[in-house]
Design a binder for this molecule. Sequence first.
Ligand code: CP
Ligand code: NVA
Length: 315
Amino acid sequence: MTVVTPTPVALATPKHFLDLDIMSGADLRRIIETSKAVKAKDFPNGNAKPFAGKALAMIFEKPSTRTRVSFEIGMKSLGGDVVVLERESSQLGRGETVADTARVLSRYVDCIMVRTTREQKLMELAEHATVPVINGLTDRTHPCQLMADVMTFEEHRGPIQGKRVTWSGDGNNMATSWIHAAVRFDFELNIACPANLAPPRDVINWAQGQGGKVKISDNPQEAVKGADCIVTDTWVSMGDADSFDRTEQLRRFQVDEKLMKQAKPDAIFMHCLPAHRGDEMTAAVIDGPQSVVWDEAENRLHAQQGILYWCLGLL
Ligand code: CP
Ligand code: NVA
């Protein structure tokens, strides 16, 4: 009997989509343009079922409506398949390690999306997976949402490069991804937030080190001047458990009609959703003529199809 010794092969590093700061601006632009083309049904290579024979696993350690549905429909409508794992109904909830989960899932599927708590778990999954891993939100960032947001901005206001976006509210995971996006897509970003709820210092330092046009202040009225877009998010993110009253601190950062009027007359309003009318913005703003939040929600679907094209090596 001849014993065949397998020759070690150098496996290519999977094309993970983990965070905007560790991606190149050129790749991100390519994904955005692909997303726009797919939305217009102008499929790369004319193939309307590019994900045929491909499967995506989605791990949820936090709740979701948009991310779950848009990834599932986004995958299936282009010929692919999905499987969903929730923490409590999988062995993750009984202590199986993230590393082992990554190794096993990599034998079944072509890509893994994860929504989790600590950034470290996302990185551990990526380290041990042999297929691409997509960040579907962590306590620190939400890059898929930003791809949909940039796409939505450009649909309504043209190229985002050189434009001004103002964030008013909590300096949370969305704010951090907006900072990453400002640097990678080269637009101005004014963040107005309470000093104790500012985005992490290392993120601000990174943006400054990259020459990003990112300003942080606690003055929303100043920050919105000349803005092409005003954006906010919930005052209490999933997993936030503070001893202080966030509402008390964030009240003066609420996006209301008066604040919208201090931006450019044609400024758009964005919010990743879910929204809380009467807290981070008034109903008049989110349900008003400047709001593009439903296009933004729809674009999760198309933006993630662009991300999947890239991760699956189809671009
Ligand atoms: N914006 C967003 O990620 O929504 P879900 O939490 O519903 O997925
Ligand atoms: N900052 C919010 C975003 C939800 C999509 C959260 O993390 O709960």
